[in-house]
Structure formats: C-alpha cells, structure tokens
Design a protein around this ligand. Structure first.
Ligand SMILES: O=C(O)CCC(=O)C(=O)O
Ligand SMILES: [Fe+2]
Length: 339
C-alpha cells in the first residue's frame, strides 16, 4: 500500500513498525546548521565576460570537489513552471489507487513506474515515501493521466536538460579539459534523464521514519526542487547538514558517475530525506547520466601514477540495475565497482 493510502485510511497516531528505521548511534551528534552551502550563479557561469565565467567555473569545480552539492540561482527556469510541475505531480498522486495501479510497472527498467519506499522487495524497513519515476530522455515517457501532466513534465525536463548541459560544460572546464569533453565522452546528446517525484505525506513520528535513507544518486548530476518544505540533508565533513535552499533555486548534487569519470576527484554526495508531521513534502529530481550503453570508466586525463584507476568500467544500464535491485544504502553500489 502507498504511504498516502495508509495516512488517509487511518487516523494514525503512531507509525506501523515496518516503517521504523533503526537509529544510527553516531547520527544524533552531528547536525550542523551554520555551515554555508555554496551557491553558483548560472548567469555568471554562462556569461560572455571571461573573468566572471572563469570565477564561476572555479567555484563550480570547488563545490563539486569539496561538497558534491550546491545551489544554482539565476538559471532561467521560472518559479511559475516549477509550481506547475508540483501541482501536476500532486494531481498524479491524487488519482485513485486503482488508477495509479496502471502505472506501477513490472520490471526495474520499465520507463514509467510508481510505487512506495525504494525497493520494498529487498528492504528491512520501509521508507515514508511514495514515488513516480519516469525515463524521459532520449525517449520521453509519462503517464497518460491526469490530463496535461505529460506536457508539463516534458517542458520542465527539456529546461532542466538545457541547464545540465551548460553545467556539464562548466564541469569539464573546471577539470582543465575542453568544454565538450564530458558531452562527448558520456554521449550526453543521447544521455539518460530520469524524472523522479518523491511524495512524503505527513508522518506522525517523523523522528522514527525516513523519507529516503542515506544514499548517493546514479548519474552525473541531479537537479532537485521542493515544494517549500525542507527535509534534505547532505553529508559533509562527517556531519549532516540540513539543506534550506534559496528561493527559486535548484539543489544540485554530483552523482556516482561523476565520481567514476573524475576518478574520485569529484565525489558523489551522500544525502537523505527526512520527513515531517506538518504537511506533504514533494521533491522533484531529474537525474542526468550518460546513454544507457556507455561504459563509464575513470577518465584517462585524471589517471596518474599517484591516482591509478579507482573504479571498474561498467555500462550505465548495468549500474542502474545494480542500484535498483539492492537496498539503497550510502555508497554501497559504488563500493561494488571500486578497485
Ligand atoms: O527528497 C529529497 O530531498 C531527496 C530526494 C533524493 O535524494 C532522490 O530522489 O534521490
Ligand atoms: Fe538522491
């Protein structure tokens, strides 16, 4: 059953035991709220002024190296469009359970899948999260209901792809290689884009449950937005940092394939989603990766005697299957291909 269905069918005063996540002992001590997450100005990254552009590129590289996470402002995607995406996605989750069944999908690579938790077949405790996951590039897929949703998502995905393509040029420049380096090596033109909606209903015991456990994302970069409710935390310097994004910004994290490609220079950031007892939190992520058949290897430009290849090459598709068929936990998937 979906978490939404559970919340609506009961007047819950506590959560069912299968949603209780075992507490992690070292967890309680290391929250920090006064650390400043880097903010990158997209208009400077793409500016005609070489100095402005080079400063923004440097900051992008530093953020990928030191954080694997940053905010992006002045990116040109309007707040109105983001609001439309949230409204549209909310109306998808408001379809009846019967209507949503049509979009459950049967296998991990089905291009349209909705469900609950991450992978209930392999999880010890369930996460307080329902989701809709779509493969939106190179071929676009979206549910046929509710009317109009598919068009909104398609438009948004196109915009987020444009932003990502510029960011990847910036990342290439920050690595000291030609700006189309990642585009060419990762076949970005035919790249994989996955659109994910995370739907976290209000939870009566938010301290016991998790929306998503600590994990890293597959792919090169993930662009994330949320409906005004915070809940994301990123792991930085051994501490959990609560994320409070500036208005109309993207929250952006580096994924495992950025770490593999850069041979560990830019690390994928470990993050998790907490839940609250006030209102439904919705986050929408677009994960951008290489084409499914690309074998991702550490880039030869970043291999030296001091830094030999640290990961085995594996196709993006096989990596996706590996991640989706196992419990989501920290860097467990990346660890499987570490040399
Ligand atoms: O809901 C969030 O803030 C995080 C979502 C997330 O990490 C994911 O979809 O991979
Ligand atoms: Fe994530």
């Amino acid at each position: 059953m979906s978490v939404k269905g559970l919340v609506e069918s009961n007047s819950l005063s506590s959560i069912p035991s299968k949603y209780v996540c075992p507490p992690i002992p070292e967890d309680s001590v290391c929250y920090e709220s006064d650390i400043v997450i880097p903010t990158i100005d997209f208009s400077k990254l793409t500016s005609c002024d070489p100095r402005e552009r080079s400063e923004a590129t440097q900051l992008l590289g530093d953020s990928c190296r030191d954080w694997g996470f940053f905010f992006l402002i002045n990116h040109g995607v309007s707040e109105a469009m983001m609001d439309e995406v949230f409204r549209g996605c909310e109306s998808f989750f408001n379809l009846t359970e019967e209507e949503k069944k049509e979009f459950e999908g049967r296998s991990l690579m089905d291009p349209i899948r909705c469900g609950t938790s991450f992978n209930p077949d392999v999880e010890k405790s369930l996460f307080w999260r329902d989701y809709l996951k779509l493969l939106v590039h190179p071929r676009f897929h979206a549910p046929s209901k509710p009317p109009g949703l598919s068009e909104i998502i398609e438009e948004y995905c196109k915009k987020s792809r444009q932003v990502t393509e510029e960011l990847l040029k910036g990342v290439s420049r920050s690595l000291g290689v030609e700006e189309n380096y990642i585009h060419e090596k990762m076949n970005v033109r035919l790249g994989t884009q996955v659109f994910v909606v995370n739907y976290y209903p209000p939870c009566p015991s938010p301290e016991l449950a998790k929306g998503l456990p600590e994990h890293t994302d597959h792919g090169l970069l993930t662009l994330l937005i949320q409906n005004d409710l915070d809940g994301l935390q990123v792991h930085h310097d051994g501490k959990w940092v609560p994320v409070c994004p500036p208005p109309n910004s993207f929250m952006i994290n580096t994924g495992d394939h950025m770490e593999i490609l850069t041979n560990g220079k830019y690390k994928s950031v470990v993050h998790r989603a907490m839940v609250n007892n006030r209102a439904t939190r919705i986050s929408v992520g677009t994960a951008h990766g290489p084409s499914l058949d690309t074998v991702v290897n550490p880039s030869s430009e970043l291999i030296t005697e001091a830094h030999p290849p640290a990961y085995r090459g594996i196709t993006y598709k096989d990596y996706l299957l590996l991640q989706q068929s196992n419990p989501l936990h920290a860097k467990s998937c990346l660890d499987r291909i570490r040399i």
